[in-house]
Design a protein around this ligand. Structure first.
Ligand code: NAD
Length: 469
C-alpha cells in the first residue's frame, strides 16, 4: 500500500470506551483476513523488537533487573522466533483441512476451515511483561483477529515502551495497546469481545471469566500454581540440581512454570541440597553482585516473600535488601507441609526441599492439591517416571528438565483446572484465536438425501433406517 492509498489512521490514544466495536470492523470488513496482511503485521512486530533491542533491554532491566541475555532468551528472542515461525507456517495453518465424509452423505466434501474468532482482548502480567503481552498477539495476528493488548501496570517501563512503539509498527486499525491497571481493565472487560486471553493469577481470572461470561465470550486462562519437583533416588543428582537451580533462579523465581518446591526421596535429600548449593554458587557466584540474577518486581512482593522465609531453615541465602529489591536465592529445609510457604505459589527465589518416601509418597502428597501449571520429575528409573506421568495431573510435565518445555513450540502451553484452561505457542496459538468451522458441501445433481424426506413409505423408511442406523 502506498502512502497516497493509506486511509487516515485512527488515533491510537483515543478513549477505550468502545474499542471492541471499533476494532471489530477490521475483522468483519475483511482487513485482517488476507495472508499478506497478517504477514505484514508479523513483520512489523519483529521489526518493533529488533530495531529497538536496547530500549527493550533497558525497560526489562528497570522493571525486573533482567540481564541482557535473559531478556533475549526468554522475552525478545522468544517472541521473534514465534512470529517468524508463524509467518513461515501461515499458508499451511490457513489451508482448509479435508476430512472423510460418511458413506450415508455421499457424494459430499467435508472440510474444516479456520476463521478468526474476531476481536480479542489480551491481558498480560508483569513477570515476563514483553513475552506474555506479545506471544499471544502473534497468535491473534496469525489467526486474522484484531486485538487490544493490556500490558501489566506492575511492569511500567515495558508497558510504556510497548504503548509508545506499537502504533508505529502495528496497524492501529487492528491492534491497540491500552495501558492501565484495574480501572482500565475493568472498563475493557465490560465490552463484548470474541476472545479474552488472560495471563495472571487465579483470583483475577475469576473476575475475567465472570465478565466474559456476560457476553458468552470464550476465554483462555493462563494461570499459575505450586509447580512441584520430584527427585527420585535413581536421579542423576548433580544434573538434577543444576537444572532445577537454573529453572528456579531464572527471573529470580518469578516464572509461572518455575519449580515451586522439591520433594526428594529421603535417602538422597542431603546430597541434593549439597548439589543445589553448589549449582547455585556455580551459576550465580555472589548473587547480589551477579548481573545474571534479577530483582523482585516491587516492595509489596519482596515483603510477601520475606514473610515466607520463616517457614523453614535457610541453608543458603535468606538475606535481602529492600533498597535494591533484592532477595537472595534461598534453599529452605525443615519445612512443614502446613507452613505458609507451602500454602501459596511462592513466585520468588525461595526453594523449599521436603523429604518424601518414594514415588508413592510423592503421588500421595499431590492428592488433594490443586493441579499445577507444571510438574517435574528427575529419575533414571523408567517405572518411577511412568507412575508420575500416569498418576498426577498438571498443565505440562518435564522429565529430567525444568522450565525448558516452554521452549518447544510444538508442545501446547497451558494449564489445567486451577492452573488455567486453553493453550498456545506455535500452531496452538493460531488455533486458540481461531474457530475451526466445519463445512459439508454436496452437489445437487443427484439427490441422495431424498430417502430421508417424508412421507416415509415402507420401503423408504426401511432403507433410511438401514443407511443411517
Ligand atoms: P498482574 O498483577 O500483572 O495482573 C495480571 C493482569 O491482570 C494485569 O494486566 C492487571 O492489570 C490485571 N488485573 C489485576 N487485577 C485486576 C482486576 N481486579 N480486574 C481486572 N484486571 C486485573 O500479574 P499477577 O496476576 O500477579 O501475575 C502472576 C501470576 O500469573 C502468577 O500466579 C503466575 O503463576 C501467573 N502466570 C502465569 C503464566 C502462564 O503463562 N500460565 C505466565 C506468567 C504468570
Amino acid at each position: 500500500m502506498t502512502d497516497a492509498e493509506a486511509p487516515a489512521l485512527p488515533d491510537a490514544s483515543a478513549p477505550i470506551d468502545d474499542l471492541a466495536s471499533e476494532l471489530r470492523e477490521a475483522v468483519t470488513g475483511g482487513l485482517t483476513r488476507p495472508r499478506a496482511y497478517r504477514e505484514q503485521q508479523l513483520d512489523g512486530l519483529v521489526r518493533m523488537l529488533l530495531q529497538h533491542t536496547s530500549l527493550w533491554e533497558a525497560a526489562l532491566k528497570a522493571d525486573l533487573g533482567k540481564s541482557e541475555i535473559e531478556a533475549h532468551l526468554t522475552e525478545i528472542g522468544f517472541v521473534v522466533s514465534e512470529a517468524r515461525a508463524a509467518k513461515r507456517s501461515l499458508r499451511r495453518w490457513m489451508a482448509p483441512t479435508l476430512v472423510p465424509a460418511p458413506l450415508a452423505l455421499q457424494p459430499a466434501v467435508a472440510k474444516t476451515i479456520a476463521e478468526p474468532l474476531g476481536v480479542s482482548l489480551i491481558i498480560a502480567p508483569w513477570n515476563y511483561p514483553l513475552h506474555l503481552a506479545l506471544a499471544p498477539l502473534v497468535g491473534a495476528i496469525a489467526a486474522g483477529c484484531a486485538a487490544v493488548v493490556k500490558p501489566s501496570e506492575v511492569a511500567p517501563a515495558t508497558s510504556r515502551l510497548l504503548a509508545e512503539l506499537a502504533p508505529a509498527y502495528l496497524d492501529p486499525r487492528s491492534v491497540r495497546v491500552v495501558e492501565g491497571g484495574v480501572a482500565e481493565t475493568t472498563a475493557l472487560l465490560a465490552q463484548r469481545w470474541d476472545l479474552v486471553f488472560y495471563t495472571g493469577n487465579a483470583t483475577v481470572a475469576r473476575v475475567v471469566a465472570a465478565a466474559a461470561a456476560k457476553h458468552l465470550t470464550p476465554t483462555v486462562l493462563e494461570l499459575g500454581g505450586k509447580s512441584p519437583v520430584y527427585v527420585h533416588r535413581s536421579a542423576d543428582i548433580p544434573a538434577a540440581a543444576r537444572r532445577i537451580a537454573w529453572g528456579k533462579w531464572l527471573n529470580a523465581g518469578q516464572t509461572c512454570v518455575a519449580p515451586d518446591h522439591i520433594r526428594v526421596d529421603r535417602e538422597v535429600a542431603g546430597q541434593l541440597v549439597d548439589e543445589l548449593r553448589r549449582a547455585t554458587a556455580e551459576q550465580l557466584g555472589d548473587p547480589r553482585t551477579s548481573p545474571d540474577f534479577a530483582r523482585i518486581v516491587n516492595a509489596r512482593h519482596l515483603e510477601r516473600l520475606q514473610g515466607l522465609l520463616g517457614s523453614g531453615t535457610a541453608v543458603t541465602g535468606g538475606d535481602s535488601d529492600a533498597a535494591e529489591r533484592y532477595l537472595a536465592p534461598t534453599i529452605l529445609v525443615d519445612v512443614d507441609d502446613a507452613s505458609p510457604v507451602m500454602q501459596q505459589e511462592i513466585f520468588g527465589p525461595i526453594l523449599p526441599v521436603l523429604p518424601v518416601d518414594g514415588v508413592d509418597g510423592f503421588i500421595a502428597a499431590m492428592h488433594g492439591r490443586e493441579k499445577p501449571l507444571a510438574l517435574y520429575v528427575f529419575a533414571r528409573d523408567r517405572d518411577a517416571v511412568r507412575r508420575v506421568e500416569r498418576d498426577t495431573s498438571s498443565g505440562s510435565m518435564g522429565v529430567n528438565v525444568a522450565v525448558a518445555q516452554v521452549g518447544a513450540a510444538s508442545l501446547p502451553f497451558g494449564g489445567v483446572g486451577e492452573s488455567g484452561s486453553g493453550a498456545y505457542h506455535g500452531k496452538h496459538s493460531f488455533d486458540a484465536f481461531s474457530h475451526r468451522k466445519p463445512v459439508l458441501s454436496k452437489p445437487t445433481g443427484v439427490d441422495t438425501l431424498r430417502v430421508i424426506y417424508p412421507p416415509f413409505s415402507d420401503w423408504r423408511g426401511r432403507l433410511a433406517k438401514r443407511i443411517l442406523g
